[in-house]
Design a protein around this ligand. Structure first.
Ligand code: ADP
Ligand code: MG
Length: 265
């Protein structure tokens, strides 16, 4: 579904992404891990149209999408969430969801004036969808809560909910589990799995929680110092010496990932 060819993103002398090639297959939940500063978020930013790459190409299916702006990608079903949630704090959860679908007729003064019926019908449709999304994520009780009052984990759920207001094909999640408590993490994980199975979403997710990655993702891609180190099933990747080395080395002495799903002793 996504193919990246020899992608570079340099900031002055910093080679944040330094010659990356990989593919994300349709229907997968692909994990992207690596020590801090590896270039993971920058890679997402380039794919999702927030940065023009220094060089290289990105394809969505057969179509080249290199450098297309985020709203163009949105129309093609490519969405992303941010490491820091981007909610509108003074709007309610429902309103935050209802803002997402593009081209709502009510946005043009012309149609509000001359086609009030059409505007109302469309608003009702978007409202119904928002209710469905809140049901799916089990946040219906928060519908009228200003988004600014939500916990960090609930904001992450709302971010995921925003991707469900349109018919997404591929969603890039940047640390959707960071700072989220265990219970909410399970809810987020279940939602991702169901969206993948029931709605055919393909996911690519950056995550630090290796249990979370091990549970959800296959394959897992490992980045270090702007490059791809290795790729494979989670257990294989997390047991890889080079991966452990990358976490312990220049990445700043981070705890390396450990294999999950070990057979009971
Ligand atoms: N907008 C930017 N300008 C300059 N340097 C940046 C910018 N964005 C990221 N970097 C640098 O690129 C490298 C990779 O960062 P990032 O992609 O955020 O890593 P990760 O998400 O893997 O932790 C870091 O050295 C970071 O400081
Ligand atoms: Mg990051």
């Amino acid at each position: 579904m996504i193919r990246v060819e020899d992608l570079h993103m340099h900031f002055g002398g910093i080679r944040a992404v330094d010659g990356v090639s990989f593919a994300i297959c349709s229907g997968t939940i692909t994990g992207l891990i690596g020590p801090n500063g590896a270039g993971k978020s920058t890679l997402f930013n380039v794919i999702a149209g927030h940065h023009q790459p220094t060089s290289g190409r990105v394809f969505l299916g057969e179509e080249e999408i290199t450098g297309l702006p985020p709203h163009e990608l949105f129309h093609r079903g490519l969405l992303r969430t941010f490491q820091i949630a981007h909610e509108f704090p003074t709007l309610t959860v429902r309103e935050n969801l209802m803002m997402v679908p593009p081209d709502q007729p009510g946005e043009s003064l012309w149609s509000a004036w001359f086609h009030p019926g059409r505007v109302r019908a469309r608003e009702a449709e978007v409202g119904t969808r928002a209710e469905e999304v809140m049901d799916f994520l089990e946040i219906g009780h928060l519908a009228d809560e200003p988004a600014g009052n939500l916990s960090g984990g609930q904001k992450k759920l709302l971010e995921l909910g925003r991707t469900m207001m349109v018919d997404a094909r591929i969603v890039f999640l940047d640390e959707v589990g960071a700072g989220v408590n265990r219970t909410l993490l399970r809810t987020i994980g279940d939602a991702i799995r169901r969206l993948n199975k029931e709605r055919g979403y393909t996911f690519c997710m950056i995550e630090h929680d290796m249990d979370f990655i091990g549970d959800l993702c296959d394959p897992v891609i490992v980045m270090a110092e702007g490059r791809i180190l290795t790729e494979g099933p989670p257990d294989t990747v997390m047991a890889d010496e080079a991966v452990i080395e990358a976490y312990l080395g220049k990445g700043g002495g981070q705890r390396p990932p450990r294999p999950v799903h070990r057979a009971p002793a």
